[in-house]
Design a protein around this ligand. Sequence first.
Ligand SMILES: Cc1cc2nc3c(=O)[nH]c(=O)nc-3n(C[C@H](O)[C@H](O)[C@H](O)COP(=O)(O)O)c2cc1C
Length: 474
Amino acid sequence: MTSTPAATLPILIQGGMGIGVSSWKLAQEVSRKGQLGVVSGTAIDAVIARRLQDGDISGDVRRALTHFPNQEIAQLIIDRYYIEGGRDSKVPYIDVPKLSLRPTSFAVELLVVSTFVEVWLAKEGHSGLVGMNILEKIQMAIPFQLFGAILADVDYILIGAGIPAQIPFALDLLQKGKPVAMRVDVADTNEKSILKFDPSTITGISYPLKRPKFLAIVSSHALVSYLNKDDETKPDGYIIEYHVAGGHNAPPRKKDAIDGNGEAIYSELDSPNLDKIIATGSDFWLAGGFGTPEKLKEALSLGACGIQVGSLFALSNESGFTKNLKVDAINHLMDGSIHVTTDATASPTGFPFKVIENEDSLSVRDNFEKRIRVCDLGYLRTPFKRESGSIGYRCPAEPQSNFVFKHGHIEQSHNAKCLCNALMADIGLGQIRPNGSTEMPLVTIGSDLEGPRRLLQMHPQGWSAAEAVTFLLN
Ligand SMILES: Cc1cc2nc3c(=O)[nH]c(=O)nc-3n(C[C@H](O)[C@H](O)[C@H](O)COP(=O)(O)O)c2cc1C
């Protein structure tokens, strides 16, 4: 077995930001600067399928596909999605298969290949480290995405938004080409369904492959102790994320800690106990409001290996956010009017989600209410058990009558935003609807924006990922 040498532990990790904000271009820039560049694997099958339908004008996706070890499968994906010259912009994108416990072979292959493509591109042409980030909550994609990333020689896997206890053992098996059977939660029960994947169904691969390191993203020392208890669950290190971080945040420990504006309220109870984490001897990085050189210094003095930074890179030139969204956020940052909330109920996952208030996005109640609910991407659907005992899938952001029919609790759906469609819109891949409209974005960013404010003073026209790395390391 080969593995990434310990000596190459990075000081700086560029956070994995979905969907497609941590694109291969962003990750590659950071890796080239000697730090850990991370791609987001979230919904990457839809991202790659849509890039192909938009004509893959740069040829990057097709170049990466020529390196996939099984060319028959690569060709199937080109045949299904590639449109030479790009689709007519008024024509909707065609769907990718929804995640499920019994995926078709095409659905599996698309997930494996798309993850391979994004990691392969991030690693192309240099010898720096590359990681892939996914969410534990999107359980029905995990084994296929881990395998796709391993095939592309990924150095690190980073997973949060849940308890990633099954990952280390799954990596051990997949690296050797052995089948995995992963437990998937069934809503409202303590039962688990089993999701199986046998890598030998994808032929043309020589084993063993490199086993990447695994970093669990957590917000409490209790979770560190829990995962460290068993070699099968113990990660190679931890990202300790504070609640000011962009994206999803761990729910407050106090019950019903929501204010009158629907924001999650955090207290002392939500601060991880670093002394207890240090006592475990595990490597760890600090994230959430650590995006300045002074905070890096502080993290190192507290015993961390370094920091993970998101917001600073989300606003950089190479991130996947559309130019308009970046310019808008930067303008509001400049005039001091940027407003970030921790919306306790916007995300169908049930985790608080950081949102920038922006009048052209779903953050405005009116825009949210005008949107006709449709669940056509479905990454946040969870399995539930019907009376018959069979398994169905539901999401709080789907049409409310469907959700309630599937025994979902109506109160979970009132403010639930379709993050799948909104986050695709954030990176310019929003779906076209029958009335000709395009899905609206919903933008997330951290609530501690000291780093971006200072970089903006140094680079009023915006900054590159390389400039962000230089700023942090100086
Ligand atoms: C736009 C955006 C999207 C994010 N998406 C994810 C994600 O998909 N998975 C994840 O683990 N963390 C996600 N994060 C969190 C970052 O990876 C990182 O841990 C965090 O941003 C660090 O805090 P900072 O924003 O204060 O630098 C996201 C952050 C941002 C700003």
